[in-house]
Design a binder for this molecule. Structure first.
Ligand SMILES: [Zn+2]
Length: 432
């Protein structure tokens, strides 16, 4: 061999190396696996005498990790996890991760729950306007928190699927990825029913926040009802988890085959990827929309709040201030303000709150009750909180308050703790 060939061989080798790094690496089929909930957010949970306390966050993590391990063995796949441990990424973090990594598929894994114990079966959701109103109603009636974590519900409070802008955006999104998402959802449900002999409740379309922002085919899988005795035991068992993981894994493989067939083995995606948008940077402040100040106390659902949800009420002096949604993204803040104005709050303004800012004077407390008659010591409130409640009398009313904290965030936390104890309708009060 002369020197010349040696050189060309060397260059050829380098060329192939570069080629494989640059192109083959990029051509991997990227799947984002999103085990729902995590950390402080347990998702749906139930306690059974024989198997104890079981949570959605643990079940979905186990299953998702198994799916990932199987897919990682496939050489042309790249797997990205939104979480691999018991932590809680926000919805924004989950979708940003998926979009930034230019994934080909996004799979969110969940477990269903119902207030009744009888419903059971699996269902897979894809993003799309509700052509069938009953889907939304069923989902709402079954469990209105499964798709959106508490913080995200506040952040995305502005999102009203009924506004024309949202519908147009959804339709564009829908046309782009719906067919592919339905295909994957179909494979998943088919495996559950044919392979695992489960009841499939079908593939459904719904406006789901966790899927809405994704620029790729996406599904949300509800693997069964934790509220149903038999299904809870199946979901918690290693046999159940293994079957679930197998079925999801097989569905991804089938989907990838369909994708390869359509593109003739080339790397042309089944759907075109959108060019990456610059990621919006969060602002320093949290922004809430001040809807109005009023001497009257309104609870969520009161007509005075014009159908807006995710209201934070802060009482200052004798005025209740009603704030709507919270976000640290300028674009979301602006759309929240628009939603408030559209709803009829013409004077709504956005107010910045420095996160975790400690009051230099005064404190926050929770107003539990303002009533003309004294509460009996047998009342749920006094029995639950006992001597932690302060009673004051002012202008013919008895005021019952609880807690003394320095930041708004802590006050909100306190309020959530109370709600868990069944004490609802408390109002955060800022005292000088
Ligand atoms: Zn869930």
């Amino acid at each position: 061999m002369n020197t010349k060939t040696n050189y060309s061989n060397k260059y050829l080798a380098i060329f192939f190396l570069l080629f494989s790094v640059l192109f083959l690496g990029q051509n991997k089929f990227i799947v984002v696996l999103d085990p729902g909930h995590g950390g402080h957010d347990h998702g749906a949970a139930r306690k059974y005498d024989d198997i104890g306390y079981i949570t959605e966050k643990d079940i979905v993590l186990d299953v998702t990790l198994q799916v990932g391990r199987m897919l990682e063995k496939e050489k042309d796949f790249k797997i990205i996890y939104t979480r691999k441990t018991d932590v809680y990424p926000t919805l924004t973090e989950r979708t940003n991760l998926a979009n930034r990594s230019k994934a080909d598929l996004f799979i969110s894994v969940h477990v269903n729950a119902n207030t009744r114990t009888s419903p059971y079966g699996t269902e897979t959701y894809v993003q799309g306007p509700d052509q069938n109103r009953t889907n939304l109603e069923v989902a709402k009636a079954e469990n209105d928190v499964i798709f959106l974590d508490a913080k995200d519900r506040e952040t995305f409070g502005s999102y009203d699927p009924k506004t024309p802008e949202s519908l147009i955006a959804l339709k564009i999104q829908q046309n782009r990825y719906l067919e592919a998402s339905l295909k994957l959802g179909g494979f998943v449900e088919e495996n559950f029913s044919k392979k695992d002999q489960r009841l499939s409740r079908g593939v459904k379309q719904m406006n789901l926040h966790v899927l809405r922002m994704n620029a790729m085919p996406s599904v949300l899988i509800e693997m069964g009802f934790i509220s149903n005795y038999d299904e809870a035991h199946y979901l918690a068992s290693s046999k159940g988890k293994e079957e679930l993981a197998q079925s999801i894994y097989q569905a991804v493989i089938s989907y990838k085959k369909a994708y390869d067939r359509k593109s003739g083995g080339n790397s042309t995606p089944l759907v075109e990827k959108t060019p990456e948008k610059p990621v919006e940077q969060p602002l320093k402040n949290d922004f809430r929309i001040l809807l109005m100040s009023s001497q009257s106390k309104y609870e969520e659902g009161d007509p005075a709040l014009k159908g807006l949800k995710y209201i934070l009420t802060i009482k200052e002096g004798n005025l209740y201030k009603y704030y709507y949604a919270t976000t640290n993204f300028a674009s979301v803040r602006d759309s929240n303000l628009k939603t408030a104005k559209d709803a009829g709050f013409k004077n709504a303004t956005s107010i910045g709150f420095l996160p975790n800012q400690s009051l230099t004077k005064g404190y926050y407390t929770l107003e539990l009750e303002a009533t003309k008659t004294r509460l009996s010591s047998n009342s749920h409130l006094l029995k639950t909180l006992k001597d932690q409640v302060t009673r004051t009398k002012d202008g013919g009313l008895f005021y019952y308050t609880y807690g003394n904290v320095k930041t708004l965030e802590k006050a909100v936390e306190l309020q959530k703790d109370l709600e868990k104890k069944g004490i609802k309708g408390s109002v955060i009060q800022k005292l000088p």
